[in-house]
Structures are given as C-alpha cells and as structure tokens.
Write a protein that binds this ligand. Structure first.
Ligand code: ADP
Ligand code: ZN
Length: 441
C-alpha cells in the first residue's frame, strides 16, 4: 500500500464548520421543497396528505415531517412523472435495473450533471487524483451511472481518462500496463479479478504504475480491501452512490479509510428504523434515507435506499466535516447485486411464472468464483414435465436461461430440480443462499 497524501477538492465546502453547513442545508432544503411542491404532482399530493406545507419546512430540523419516497414511486412515475422541470431542461438520462425488468430512470438538468460531476471529482481527489493522473474507467458506460459518472469526475480533476468500460480483461491489463494508468475505477470484485489475471498473464506487478483505486457499486469487505491493496500495491477506496440520487460519488472515502464522507451540501442523510420509519440518532444502525438538496431535474425527498449502515459525525482526521457512512452491511429488501446488476428474486419469479411446465418454487444460489459472481437458479419442474423427454427438458432450461438474461439482465446458470425438492417453509420462504459473505445481515 502506498502512502497517500490528503488532497481535498473543495476545502471551503468539504471542511465547512457543521453549523454553517446546517444553515446551507436548511436553505437548500427549503428551496427544494418549494420547487417540488410547485412542480411535481406526486410530491404535492403526498405532502398534502401528510398535512405539510412548504412553509412548514423552516430548516433541516423539519425534514422528518416530509413523506418518504420509494423505488416503487420511480417505477410508477416512469419515465418522467417525477420531473420537476420541463422535459426540455433535461440533458441526460441514466438508469438502473428495476424490479419489473423495466429500468428506473433519472433525469438530469445541466445543473444536476454539474453537481454529480463535482461529487465524483471530490471522491477522486480524495483518492489522490489530479492533473498528472491517468484514470482507467472500467465501470460500464451506458445507462449505468458508473462509467459516465467516473469519467466526468476524472475529466473535472484534469486527469487523462481512459474510457475502457467493462469487460475484456486482457485489453484492460494491456492498456493499464502500456499507458501507465495510475488510478482504476471499477467494481471491487472485477478489480480483484484483474489483479489475479495480471499475474496469470505473466505481467510483473512492479511494471504497473497504479497507485489507487475507487471501488464501489456493490458491497465489499475490509478483507477485500486488504487483498486489493496487496494485489496491486495501491490504496483502495470505497465509493458509494445510486442512480436515484445521482450515481457514484454520493459518498466517498478519505485517506483515513474509516467510513465514507457523504457530500452533505448536496445530499442530506438520515438513518431510520426500517420497520417504523422513525429517525434514529447518529451511531445507530438502520436504513439510509437520502434527500437531494441541490438537484433540480428530479429531486428526491427522503428516498428510502434500503441500504443498512451507520452514520458517524465525529471529527475525521482528514479535516473534512461531512458526516461519514459505514460500509453497507445489508439491505432491508432482498435485492442482490450480481456482477454490478441489481437483481430482485421477484424478477426471477415473474419470469418463471410465464413459462409453462415449471413450478413457482425456486432458489437462488450466489457464489463468488475467481472473484466473479455466479448466480445459479434452481427451478422445480412440475410432475408432468418431470416425466418428459430429455430434449423437452433441455428446451425449458434454455428458455428460462434466455428469459432471465433478457428480463433481469444477468446470465444465470439454470438448474432444473425434481418436483418438491426445494424446501417449503411455513413462514417467509427462503429463496436466496448467498455464499459470498459480503453482508452481515
Ligand atoms: P450504482 O450505479 O451506483 O451501482 P445503482 O442505482 O445501480 O447505482 O445501485 C445502487 C445500489 O448499489 C445502492 O443502493 C447500494 O445497494 C449498492 N452500492 C453502490 N455502491 C456501493 C458501495 N460502495 N458499497 C455497497 N453497496 C453499494
Ligand atoms: Zn475523512
């Protein structure tokens, strides 16, 4: 692991005293609430139902009066129902997989792209990036926020950007080697895969110039950090984000590597009890709820992320004052992240229900083999199908595999199992066996 200097992109904001920060947040929250109340019918209706008027929100201390927003709202209002500006003001759409196979999309104004870019620029700077750096972006480019998000931030700090996008391991390593990449942005699992492949391909790690990496978009552990730092001789930093709020860069680690600073001048964070929605104090574990306070295109009021973590407002040795979130330790729903794609068991279920001959009993088994996620979908056949020919059964298997790939967006290994072989449970059925050991739920 290399020694890292403590570089701060925007000290005036990132190290602002908490009282002034709170005043800024209050002002921005008031403006956001007034903006969505005037322009987004769903928000207006929700606030009316809750008996809250924009003028009741005098400052950040009033935030818990506001109603929550959920992923289902993005789905129900797909694609443009949550826009708070005329469509002509939107300059970008990004998206991520939703629960129905339909993506959820987020619309950005020029201001919103700017806010997002700034958040990523702060994240990369914190990981040591500057003008002299060569940043290899190995997150996917496209609707997924990873690629373009990292790209914009890397350009903003004046680095040389290599827009590799994901995949093609040999080429990734060749470019990293030949161009002398100094920073890598990708998912932590793919980074490990790259680190392992490097040796297998006969490269000597000493020939690489990599000094740090920003890894995120999926849960990972301290053990993975150690492994990554050793594989590449780098500093490995965590970066967190979600499409609904902006994309990567909502929160990022500093050299203290003790939680991710949330860009609190743009996004206000709360922790709530996932069962009751009651706000919890800093230091307690619960569901992260985020409110955008400077976005204009599609602002989010109290968005339920379903991510479980702890917030820490104690001072950080790096000098930044923004609150830190811990690693994500679990989810309040059953979302899985498979090779960076959000997967819900309900999506698999709806695929299976459309295929005659299979029973609605299934089990998802997730493993990580050679640092790559492997999803096995075990599906029960009905009695009738079970007695069919091997060719018929193979046909069903192919169909399920294709449908999962096209609806859910991930390649899965489908295993057909005899009728009644998947354990039935009396309570909430257990449909997932996750052997990756990434979360502590
Ligand atoms: P992204 O493009 O940032 O991955 P998505 O909207 O597709 O955005 O997925 C967001 C979800 O990804 C988050 O709610 C969280 O569950 C997960 N995620 C993103 N970054 C991290 C991270 N650093 N650690 C753990 N989980 C993460
Ligand atoms: Zn810090």
């Amino acid at each position: 692991m290399k020694i890292s200097e403590n570089k701060i992109y925007d000290p005036a904001i990132e190290c602002m005293d908490r009282e002034s920060l709170r005043a800024l947040q209050s002002e921005r929250l008031r403006a956001t609430v007034a903006h969505v109340y005037a322009n987004v019918p769903v928000y207006r209706q929700r606030m009316d139902e809750a008996g809250v008027k924009p003028e009741d929100i005098r400052g950040i201390e009033d935030i818990s009066k506001l109603p929550f927003t959920n992923k289902t709202d993005l789905r129900d209002q797909f694609p443009f129902g949550l826009l708070a500006v005329p469509q002509s003001e939107i300059v970008r759409i990004q998206g991520s997989s939703g629960t129905t196979g339909k993506p959820i999309v987020s619309g950005y104004t020029e201001n919103d792209v700017e806010v997002w870019t700034e958040m990523v620029a702060r994240s990369l700077t914190s990981a040591g990036a500057g003008k002299e750096d060569i940043i290899q972006v190995t997150y996917g480019y496209g609707l997924f926020t990873g690629g373009l998000g990292a790209h914009q931030g890397a350009s903003r700090v004046g680095a040389m950007v290599i827009p590799m996008s994901s995949g093609n391991t040999q080429r990734q390593l060749m470019m990293m080697h030949d161009l002398g990449s100094t920073m890598l942005c990708c998912t932590p699992s793919y980074a490990i895969f790259l680190g392992e492949s490097l040796r297998e391909m006969g490269y000597d790690p000493k020939e690489f110039r990599l000094k740090s990496g920003c890894f995120g978009a999926e849960p990972w552990t301290e053990e993975m950090r150690e492994k990554l730092e050793e594989l590449f001789d780098i500093n490995a930093y965590n970066i967190y984000g979600l499409t609904e709020i902006a994309g990567p860069g909502v929160a990022f680690e500093c050299p203290a590597k003790n939680g991710m600073h949330i860009n609190e001048d743009h996004v206000y964070a709360e922790i709530v009890d996932p069962a009751t929605g009651e706000p919890l104090p800093y230091g307690e574990s619960g569901e992260l709820v985020l409110t955008t306070i400077s976005k204009t295109g599609m602002p989010m009021l109290r968005y339920r992320t379903h991510d479980i973590c702890v917030l820490d407002e104690t001072p950080c040795s790096c000098g930044r004052t923004h609150v830190r979130m811990s690693r994500i330790t679990g989810r309040t729903d059953d979302m899985l992240i498979i090779r960076g794609v959000n997967v819900f068991p309900s999506q698999i279920e709806s695929v299976l229900l459309q295929i005659p001959g299979v029973a609605p009993h299934y089990m998802l088994v997730v493993d990580r083999i050679n640092s790559t996620d492997r999803l096995e979908v075990q599906v029960e056949l009905t009695d009738e199908m079970f007695s069919d020919t091997v060719a018929d059964i193979q046909k069903i298997k192919n169909r399920i595999t294709e449908q999962i790939k096209s609806v859910v967006g991930v390649a899965a290994i489908v295993k057909l199992v005899p009728p009644k072989s998947i354990p039935r449970s009396e309570g909430k059925s257990k449909r997932i066996i996750d052997n990756r050991g990434l979360t502590s739920k």
